[in-house]
Design a binder for this molecule. Structure first.
Ligand code: ZN
Ligand code: ZN
Length: 415
């Protein structure tokens, strides 16, 4: 037997209705917010992610599925959704269109991580990117999209948020932080030493406990914002309060990617069994379009992990209504396949979900199987029924059994 690769998961048929429900909700939310779908390839030129996510990020340094194709090009399987969408935005000249451009996507992402619950090497994301409008209104809209999406599943999310400042205050802050850690830099982990030179902000994200301890008293970016950023962040917080969006400020939140500027946020599932996982996260990145060769365009977006959401919903006992059961099981006792299959086909033409025997079960076994399918109706065709042009139909929810004319069957099942 050949096993599934480590860190990957099948979407099994008995689980697929949950995925369909999530995708259906994504479609509903997209419609309500007038988001347009974009789909980009599963792989891109490696350079896109190096320039997008940043050389200092864990994704680029440790986690990418990179290979040389037969033409000796360095190709990488998409580790996250944003860079490819921005690449397409630039390549297709979307910045020439009236703003905003509001896009959403569903995509698999590939990261070579240590597999554990909620951390897969292939996972799926629902993401949104809103191009144009460097405003708190676009930021509020993005948080409302996530909030409305999660509300559909009965969740009332609290966002963990932070503000990374504009290029002016961000640069000033990096200098302050550099001065703070410089005397002790030898005591930090090897990753942090690299981050110190490449993107010092990412030191704040280090999971090594000794690094965490040393950084506890470090100055916070949020306390070093310029006047513009400060007043803008506080206007956003006021707006969020007025909109009923819950948040807590986490002054250490910097996110694992280099491209963020300004607002960053996460929705955390804090769980004893498998620790802290972000179900969704995002932020503003106003330099990425230009970085990837386009006309400078502000963008705010997020990505939300579908497997993590499903894991979370299962854990809290969310009841996914399985509406993917068969409507009708047609049980033929006569052996007149043409008659039965024509009847089945008429029901299917009427958009009903219909099953009938195609594996050669006997009558008794068919009754048992029909029960197991939990079809709403079971239709029985016996010799008598065939002769009289009727069928016996049993409503499995009420237990009521009737004989009705064959010609009335579609209406009956559709009522
Ligand atoms: Zn600023
Ligand atoms: Zn460290």
């Amino acid at each position: 037997m050949i096993n599934i690769p480590k860190g990957t998961k099948d979407m099994l048929p008995e689980e697929s209705y949950k995925w369909h429900k999530v995708y259906e909700v994504i479609g509903d939310i997209a419609k309500r917010y007038n988001l347009k779908e974009i789909s980009t390839p599963a792989f891109e030129h490696t350079e896109l992610f190096v320039r997008g996510a940043g050389e200092g990020s864990d994704i680029v340094n440790k986690e990418m599925y990179t290979f040389l194709d037969k033409g000796e090009r360095s190709i990488t399987r998409k580790p996250e959704g944003t860079a490819a969408v921005v690449r397409s935005f630039v390549e297709n000249g979307m910045y020439n269109n009236p703003m905003p451009i509001k896009l959403y996507y569903k995509t698999p992402c590939f990261r070579y991580e240590k597999p554990q619950a909620g951390r897969l090497r292939e996972h799926h994301q629902f993401g949104v990117e809103i191009f144009g409008g460097d405003t708190i209104q676009s930021e509020a809209e993005v948080l409302m999209i996530i909030s409305d999406f999660l509300r559909t599943f009965g969740l009332n999310p609290t966002f963990t948020i932070n503000h990374l400042g504009c290029s002016k205050c961000n640069t000033a802050y990096k200098e302050i932080l550099r001065n703070y850690v410089a005397p002790n830099i030898d005591e930090f982990c090897s990753d942090c030493k690299v981050r110190y030179n490449k993107n010092i902000l990412r030191m704040l994200d280090c999971k090594v406990s000794s690094c965490k301890t040393m950084l506890q008293g470090a100055p916070k970016i949020t306390d070093c914002l310029c006047e513009d950023c400060k007043s803008r962040f506080s206007s956003l917080l006021t707006l969020l309060q007025q909109l009923g969006i819950n948040y807590v400020i986490d002054k250490n939140l910097v996110r694992g990617l280099d491209y963020y500027t300004g607002l960053v946020f996460e929705i955390i599932d804090d769980n004893k069994e498998y620790g802290q996982n972000a179900i969704g996260a995002g932020g503003r990145y106003n330099n990425l379009v230009e970085e990837l060769g386009g006309k400078s365009t502000p963008v705010i977006g997020f990505g939300l992990g579908i497997e993590r959401l499903l894991l979370y919903l299962d854990r809290i006992g969310y009841n996914f209504d399985n509406n993917e059961k068969a409507d009708v099981y047609v049980l033929d006792m006569t052996g007149n396949s043409a008659y039965t299959l024509n009847l089945v086909h008429r029901l299917r033409d009427a958009n009903l979900s219909v099953e009938t025997d195609i594996v050669g079960r006997g009558t008794k076994a068919q009754f048992k199987y029909a029960d197991k399918l939990q079809a709403k109706y079971v239709i029985v065709i016996g010799e008598e029924e065939l002769r009289d042009g009727v069928v016996t139909i049993k409503d499995m929810t009420t237990g009521v059994q009737e004989r009705i004319k064959e010609s009335e069957i579609v209406n009956y099942c559709n009522k």
